[in-house]
Design a protein around this ligand. Structure first.
Ligand code: NOJ
Length: 535
């Protein structure tokens, strides 16, 4: 039996507002994406995840949905979406949508009905509570985006809860009608042919029924982000959320070949990830994102230990994955710098499971400089001192050098990345040693190598502080991957006999290819046995 597509695909996250603007209004759109699909095929992408494209007032740039079954006019319409989906499928790729179950926009018809009166049948679709006797919010829960998690509704004199912005009211997932309505949203898109979903903020789905206060965060220090002052013991992470997740998987399992990715909190520990993997009992079709590489201290041993432990918690059908960046974080090339970003690309494509690539990271795109006056991210507005500026990683995809980088003929909604003039598709395609060509080579290698796709991972016994090395082994092939994490040259002599160097972060020729000398942040993939191309 052929392995399901998600065991082979590289997942590419595309932020639709910033990919390509086909109608020249400064915002990316579906037609723009359609026009760029050949690029994604060229790169070797197996599946595309679109951040939200639904009707939205765009307060949180689409994560505030006002109609889950309509495309926002900024992106296009349903017929264009159907065309896009078909074109993706025609190229042998898959399409995942962003499913945002925790909250709706306050402009959603459900919320409008809910807030209209205390007796409205939809009142209980959201989380409403009376003020305390002094008029203050019902408890001490804090929004992740700053301030109280409660907003007073002047008309009905109750507070509604919002884990994020006041414009994003949390749905009451304890209400069976809400569950039914949201599962039907999933079916709407699955019936249209989408291949699955990335599911937003799953940890927030269920809250303590008694709305108990959260305890203070013992690690909180004055000057830290104020929204972290209390542990989210009662306002998130309740065990019932795993049952809800399982109902999502049940819906997916009624359609063939569909896949679910869930978004855990950034700092979720490995036991937490394990629980999320175990949540879906129906089918091995669910995978929580693994964000750990974005926060691990830069050290070969820390990376090796983490990956060994992660591998050890996974069940046979659990698919590992490695995320280097997304629309909520500073760009990987800015966080780590160009050389380390190359090393991470090589590591990500040679580890087991699904690599997740955020659009533009394949170019080594850096953060944009976004002046305060042009800031679009509401989080930054609400918590100015901590300046959670996510705009920096949402810059227009640079297709070529020049004024608007081939993204649009109109001034784009976000400024270009600071290195867009050199880190763009046209320039990098023409340069053999570019990060883009390295990505493409690695993706192709991964796709044709049983050992890299599904072979066993084994880390190399610890040899030095600088080197992280591992083998990937299948019946027909073995590779050895060597990564120098250090800022200094390092030596590494494996006990394996090496057949040849297949790909590396640095150009090497002749005797250099088998030398045990590694430049700072150099990574190499060696074939140990078997042939390079097997599939
Ligand atoms: C997580 C998303 O990645 C982020 O962009 C969004 O603001 C929040 N969830 C709320 O939906």
């Amino acid at each position: 039996m052929q392995a399901p597509w998600w065991r082979q695909a590289v997942l590419y996250q595309l932020y639709p507002l910033s990919f390509t603007d086909a109608n020249d209004d400064g915002y990316g759109d579906l037609r723009g994406i359609l026009e760029r699909l050949d690029y994604l095929s060229w790169l070797g992408v197996g599946a595309v995840w679109l951040s939200p494209i639904y009707a939205s007032p765009m307060v949180d740039w689409g994560y505030d949905v006002s109609d889950f079954e309509r495309i926002d006019p900024i992106f296009g319409d349903l017929p264009t979406f159907d065309k896009l989906l078909k074109a993706v499928h025609d190229r042998g790729m898959k399409l995942l949508l962003d499913f945002v179950p925790n909250h709706t926009s306050i402009e959603h018809a459900w919320f409008k009905a809910s807030r209209s009166s205390k007796t409205n049948p939809k009142r209980d679709w959201y989380i409403w509570a009376d003020p305390k006797p002094d008029g203050s919010p019902p408890n001490n829960w804090l929004s992740r985006f700053g301030g109280s998690a409660w907003e007073l509704d002047a008309k009905t004199k109750q507070y509604y809860m919002h884990s994020y912005l006041p414009e994003q009211a949390d749905l009451n997932w304890r209400n069976p009608e809400v569950r039914a309505a949201m599962l039907s949203v999933m079916r709407f898109w699955l019936d249209r042919g989408v291949d699955g979903f990335r599911t937003d903020a799953v940890y927030s789905l269920i809250k303590d029924e008694q709305l108990r206060d959260n305890p203070p965060n013992p690690n909180y220090k004055p000057g830290d982000d104020p929204s972290e002052a209390f542990l989210r013991l009662h306002s998130a992470g309740q065990s019932e959320l795993f049952h809800v997740l399982n109902t999502f998987c049940d819906v997916l399992a009624t359609h063939q070949d569909r896949f679910l990715v869930s978004e855990p909190p950034l700092y979720l520990s490995l036991p937490g990830l394990e629980q999320l993997y175990d949540a879906c009992t129906t089918h091995p079709l669910h995978m929580p994102f693994n964000f750990n590489l974005m926060t691990l201290p830069w050290h070969a041993t820390r990376f090796r230990d983490f990956i060994d432990q992660y591998e050890s918690i996974l069940g046979q059908d659990d698919l590992p994955n490695y995320v280097l960046g997304n629309h909520d974080q500073s760009r990987v090339a800015s966080r780590l710098g160009e050389h380390k970003a190359r090393l991470m690309a090589l590591m990500q494509m040679t580890l087991r499971g699904m690599p997740v690539v955020y659009y533009g990271d394949e170019l080594g795109l850096q953060d944009a400089v976004v002046p305060k006056s042009q800031q679009k991210d509401p989080w930054g507005e609400r918590v100015p001192r901590h300046h959670h500026d996510r705009d920096v990683a949402r810059s227009p995809m640079p297709w070529k050098a020049g004024r608007y980088a081939g993204f649009s003929r109109h001034k784009p909604w976000q400024p270009l990345a600071r290195n867009a003039e050199s880190a763009n598709v046209e320039t990098e395609q023409a340069h053999a040693g570019s990060l883009l060509n390295l990505y493409r080579r690695l993706i192709a290698l991964r796709g044709q190598s049983p050992a890299l796709l599904d072979g066993v991972y084994a880390s190399y016994p610890h040899t030095s502080e600088s080197i992280f090395a591992y083998t990937r082994t299948s019946d027909q092939q073995q590779f050895l991957i060597v990564l120098n994490f250090s800022d200094h040259p390092a030596r590494f002599k494996p006990s394996h006999e090496l057949k040849r160097l297949i790909v590396g972060t640095h150009a090497r020729s002749g005797a250099e290819t088998l030398s045990g000398e590694y430049a700072p942040h150099e990574g190499r993939v060696y074939l140990v046995s078997g042939e390079e191309a097997i599939l």
